[in-house]
Write a protein that binds this ligand. Structure first.
Ligand SMILES: [Cu+2]
Length: 179
């Protein structure tokens, strides 16, 4: 049984739901096993919705993460897929890394026939949807790659979400051709 409507923001509706689950759990006293089974998601939900609980739940995942590194003097680009398996929209609104100096959300676009990049302040990810950062589309722009950023190494990147949650990930560094 998985936690229902896992969410790290405080929502009155969810708190009510948690109370409801606790009531259901206390009614399930015929079997001690079923009581424990019903109670666990309620406790988890309470933990996730408690004020100050800002860590992202496991239902937000990053896959296919990598960094395209060119030279120490050029910005490096970060790519990944972010899946939102929660029951609500999450909004990515920033990224940080000790190995990037400034790290920005960027989007490659074609305007009047010319390819260019623009800064993006936030990117919503629909409930049970995903967003892909890939060459020619959304990417992280690592403005000042640190000395440890070399193909074959890894660097830590933290994604930040509206409401204060964050998600840590390890990005392998690859060459310009993705090797
Ligand atoms: Cu860019």
């Amino acid at each position: 049984m998985t936690a229902p409507a896992s969410c790290w923001t405080v929502q009155p509706g969810l708190a009510a739901k948690a109370t409801q689950l606790a009531v259901i759990a206390s009614e399930a006293q015929q079997s001690r096993a079923s009581l424990l089974h019903s109670f666990r998601p309620a406790l988890l939900l309470l933990l996730l919705t408690a004020p100050g609980a800002l860590a992202a739940p496991a239902s937000l995942t990053i896959s296919h993460a990598w960094i395209r590194y060119i030279t120490p003097t050029l910005p490096a680009a970060g790519y990944f897929t972010l899946a939102n398996n929660t029951d609500h929209v999450v909004t990515l609104d920033g990224a940080t890394s000790p190995d990037c100096g400034q790290l920005m959300l960027h989007q490659s676009i074609v305007q009047n026939g010319t390819a260019k990049m623009q800064m993006v302040s936030s990117i919503p990810v629909l409930s049970h949807g995903s967003v892909t950062f890939s060459p020619g589309a959304y990417h992280l722009m690592c403005m000042s790659p640190s000395a440890v950023m070399k193909p074959g190494q890894t660097v830590p990147i933290t994604l930040h979400f509206l409401g204060g949650a964050s998600l840590d990930a390890t990005f392998p560094v690859r060459t310009a051709t993705g090797k």
